[in-house]
Design a binder for this molecule. Structure first.
Ligand SMILES: CC(C)(C)CN1C(=O)[C@@H](CC(=O)N[C@@H](CC(=O)O)C(=O)O)O[C@H](c2cccc3ccccc23)c2cc(Cl)ccc21
Length: 348
């Protein structure tokens, strides 16, 4: 049968969504009408921007304007980009980016404005960081820089999502006003990814662990994985995990404000995956030898339990208890870790 052209581009967008991240793609497709297409396009636009930021084969002179002007390409019908490196995971998305643009231009104007605004801020933040990283080989320096970088690549996503949820009418307008809570949602996810990806990022010379943290224990970030540094490495890991744990009360408060069930699952699933990952990473030396991931079976179990705030609060309580059990009185952060976990217990 003949498929009308506008259906073809939408189908192609959902095919890209399923190619970029299978498990999360299904969560997006469960979203209610009125918000699903906006989130799908927002996700693909962010993937496109991320593919450019991650591509080390693009020279900074070319990468910087690409990032800063990416939001303008959303209005350029037919725009595509085929200069990504050969092994860039999502290079085909940019080769066919005209399809994303077509669907973007079919969204309600208010959805478009949010996506353009966030893409603009994120692209400029990424460009600022990439330009700075080009000459500052240490990477992220202070805890403040750590929060700023994570704000650009993940906090802004939370702020954008809250606006889209409010505009759709499925969530209250107030949700979009509390940018601090939305920002924390992104920081918690991104910091967990950065802690998990220590080895992978270091091999790509991406240095996201803040110097303010690792310099307490070693002279260089790469020393943490060397023989003889095991105790320092484990205590450094506790410090950066403690940094991530501070965002949990904000995340639970944000989730508690969500009214729409499909939006609740969409927001809760990545959060419970993150706390489960942090509990697995805590006191786990394997973070310095491989990329530690929670088992598929545990993921499936968690996804099925993300139905309401009580279930999610119980999941957070369970994993903070796992962390407390693994906590070690000889660890300089012993007290702070148990306090941070205690705060989660109180919240629940
Ligand atoms: C960097 C990041 C954390 C923002 C990436 N990010 C997420 O991690 C995805 C989850 C995801 O992509 N999981 C992948 C795992 C992976 O690829 O590592 C999977 O296959 O399960 O979730 C986030 C995400 C979902 C829901 C609410 C959010 C609030 C604030 C910030 C981000 C929020 C996300 C929502 C959108 Cl619209 C775009 C990107 C993201």
């Amino acid at each position: 049968h003949v498929i009308p052209p506008e259906q073809k581009t939408k189908i192609r967008c959902y095919e890209f969504l399923n190619e970029t991240s299978r498990s999360f793609a299904s969560v997006i497709q469960e979203l209610d009408d009125g918000i699903r297409d906006a989130i799908c396009i927002f996700y693909l636009v962010l993937r496109g921007l991320d593919t450019i930021e991650d591509d080390m084969s693009i020279l900074i002179e070319k990468k910087e304007p690409l990032l800063r002007n990416f939001h303008k390409t959303l209005y350029k019908k037919g725009w595509t980009f085929d200069e990504s490196g050969p092994n860039e995971k999502d290079r085909q998305l940019l080769v066919e980016f005209n399809v994303v643009i077509e669907e973007f231009l079919r969204l309600e104007r208010q959805f478009q404005d949010v996506i353009v605004d966030i893409t603009n801020k994120m692209g400029n933040g990424m460009a600022d960081y990439a330009k700075d990283a080009a000459h500052n080989k240490y990477g992220v320096m202070t805890n403040k820089d750590f929060d700023l970088y994570c704000h650009y690549v993940a906090g802004l996503v939370g702020i954008g999502l809250s606006s889209l949820f409010s505009i759709s009418g499925l969530e209250k307008p107030e949700l979009a006003n509390d940018t601090e809570l939305s920002n924390s949602m992104g920081l918690f996810l991104q910091k967990t990814n950065i802690i998990r990806d220590y080895l992978d990022d270091l091999s790509g010379n991406r240095r996201f662990w803040p110097k303010e943290i690792w310099s307490i224990y070693v002279a260089d970030l790469a020393d943490l994985k060397k023989p003889g540094y095991e105790t320092k490495a484990i205590n450094c890991l506790s410090t950066i995990i403690l940094n991530a744990l501070q965002h949990i009360p904000d995340c639970l408060t944000y989730l508690n404000k969500i009214q729409n069930r499909s939006i609740f699952s969409f927001c809760a699933i990545p959060q419970v995956m993150a706390i489960a990952t942090l509990a697995l990473l805590f006191k786990n030396y394997n973070v310095y030898t491989s990329v530690v991931k929670i088992r598929k079976g545990e993921t499936v179990k968690l996804i099925l339990k993300c139905t309401d705030i009580y279930e999610v609060a119980n999941i957070f309580r369970y994993y903070t208890r796992v962390i407390i059990q693994k906590n070690d009185s000889k660890d300089p952060n012993f007290m702070k870790i148990s306090m941070a976990c205690g705060k989660v217990e109180q919240w629940c």
